[in-house]
Design a protein around this ligand. Structure first.
Ligand code: PHE
Ligand code: NA
Length: 472
């Protein structure tokens, strides 16, 4: 059977936006921003999104569109070497780790949505035993397993239906719905009594946190930037593999990054006015993103008409989570379909069965959940992206340039060579650097020694690749 393709360009962009816009935007972004100096942190984060994230996104598109295969097949075929197939396998593995915890959080959101619809969202939140963890905290309970399974099943249904009739159709209405609901919610929130105070808090330009702890913030800012753009697990390679027309990739990449950022900013404009109006100091229910949701669930219970607002809000979060989970599941499904000739249904039930179990482990064990959501995923994504970038810069080289330029306008063509240099040299070095800082934060090894170590690792990696093919 011929490999499927997107029916429309908008379909591809919206599916990719659907992947990007997720729990990261609504759950993590407003909180991280507010905690680390408001718009000063936003400036730092945006720099990383556009200097590292967008070039990285384009690198993934180049791989996918050129190979028209899943990450394993793509890296193997474009390099002609099985070794790179294993690198692709690492991405698929990471995607399974990611969806295991993502589906658990998605399940909690479905439960919130259900409770809001029924008007029984109490604000007593059994799900956040330890609000300090970056993604909220683990629940330990069988109801968490049950909701995880419901969420996973919904995700699998869309994936089984295929690219055009499943993912494209679904995300084409989900994305506009998310934007419309969020704008409506933000408008409503602006009428709340705490709005002015909330904006001042959320958007204050406070550089003190950055100046004091630039080094320590780099890791979280980079981690958030990769996570939010769905980089490092092969989602964007997979989605781009279903492109058949050669249209401008830089345009698509920039649109996706902008829309993704807009959703994050809007989410903060909804969340903080609500909390401030009720006199809930962000941080009062603990610190971290999970606490935000504890506070919110409580807040909805207190305001008149809260059930309606809560329903709209959790509908947004649920749609965002679902469209991201779809893109994560599609990675391993496309791998099984391409490489082992399974039907989509067989592939999805195989992966789904596996993730049902690994997700249940996350749902039942606080320590596992915290480790996966808080540490492991950031490390896997950073490593995965670094490997892909080195691949594009040093193995694809000239081919990557050719693919990048297809359909690109004059601006796209002009930036293509600097882009390849960034992808092959600057960005992997930066990513290795952030990884080292993440490990170093406590050791306090210092800035320059870490830079030096990052350069050494990068040079060693490039030297190891010399036998492959040279950059440009
Ligand atoms: N971008 C998604 C979010 O912000 C998470 C994600 C990461 C999705 C990697 C797919 C791949 O929630
Ligand atoms: Na995102």
């Amino acid at each position: 059977m011929a490999r499927e393709t997107w029916a429309t360009r908008v379909g591809f962009i919206l599916a990719a936006v659907g992947s990007a816009v997720g729990l990261g935007n609504i759950w993590r972004f407003p909180w991280v921003t507010a905690e680390n100096g408001g718009s000063a942190f936003l400036a730092m984060y945006l720099s990383i999104v556009f200097l590292v994230g967008v070039p990285g996104l384009l690198a993934m598109f180049v791989v996918g569109r050129r190979a028209k295969r899943n990450p394993v097949g793509a890296l193997r075929e474009l390099s002609g070497s099985d070794r790179w197939g294993f690198a692709g396998g690492f991405l698929v593995f990471s995607s399974l780790v990611l969806i295991s915890f993502y589906s658990v959080v998605g399940g909690w959101i479905l439960r919130y949505l259900g409770e809001s619809l029924l008007g029984v969202l109490t604000g007593s939140v059994p799900y956040f035993a330890d609000p300090g963890a970056s993604f909220g905290a683990a629940s330990a309970g069988f109801d968490a397993v049950a909701f995880h399974l419901v969420f996973l099943t919904l995700t699998a249904f869309v994936v089984v239906a295929g690219i055009r009739r499943g993912i494209e159709v679904a995300t084409k209405w989900m994305m506009p719905a998310i934007f419309a609901l969020l704008v409506g919610l933000a408008a409503w929130a602006s009428t709340q009594s705490g709005a002015a105070e909330a904006y001042a808090f959320y958007l204050r330009f406070d550089t003190s946190v950055i100046r004091e702890n630039f080094f320590g913030l780099l890791g979280p800012a980079a981690g958030q930037a990769l996570f939010t753009l769905s980089l490092g697990v092969g989602t964007m390679i997979t989605y781009a593999s279903y492109l058949d027309e050669d249209r401008s990739l830089p345009f698509d990449g920039a649109s996706i990054a902008v829309l993704n950022t807009v959703v994050g900013v809007l989410a903060g404009l909804v969340v903080f006015p609500l909390l401030f109006s009720l006199g809930i100091e962000p941080g009062e229910t603990g610190t971290g993103a999970g606490a935000l949701f504890v506070g919110l669930a409580g807040a909805f219970a207190q305001i008149p008409g809260g059930a309606v607002v809560a329903t709209a809000f959790f509908a947004v979060v649920a749609l965002a989570a679902l469209s991201s989970a779809i893109s994560i599941l599609e990675i391993s499904v496309s791998f099984l379909v391409d490489e082992y000739d399974l039907s989509r249904r067989r592939a999805a039930t195989t992966v789904g069965g596996f993730v049902a179990v690994t997700g249940a482990v996350c749902a039942l064990n606080t320590a596992v959940f915290g480790f996966v959501a808080g540490t492991l995923v950031d490390i896997l994504l950073t490593l995965g992206l670094a490997v892909c970038l080195v691949f594009v810069g040093w193995v694809m080289g000239r081919d990557a340039l050719v693919e990048f330029r297809k359909g690109a306008g004059p601006v796209g063509r002009a930036v293509s060579t600097p882009w390849l240099f960034a992808v092959g040299v600057l960005l992997p070095t930066f990513l290795v650097f952030t990884l080292l800082t993440t490990f170093n934060v406590d050791a306090e090894i210092g800035f320059w020694p870490t830079v030096a170590a990052a350069v050494v690792v990068a040079v060693a990696a490039f030297a190891g690749l010399r036998g492959e093919r040279s950059l440009v």
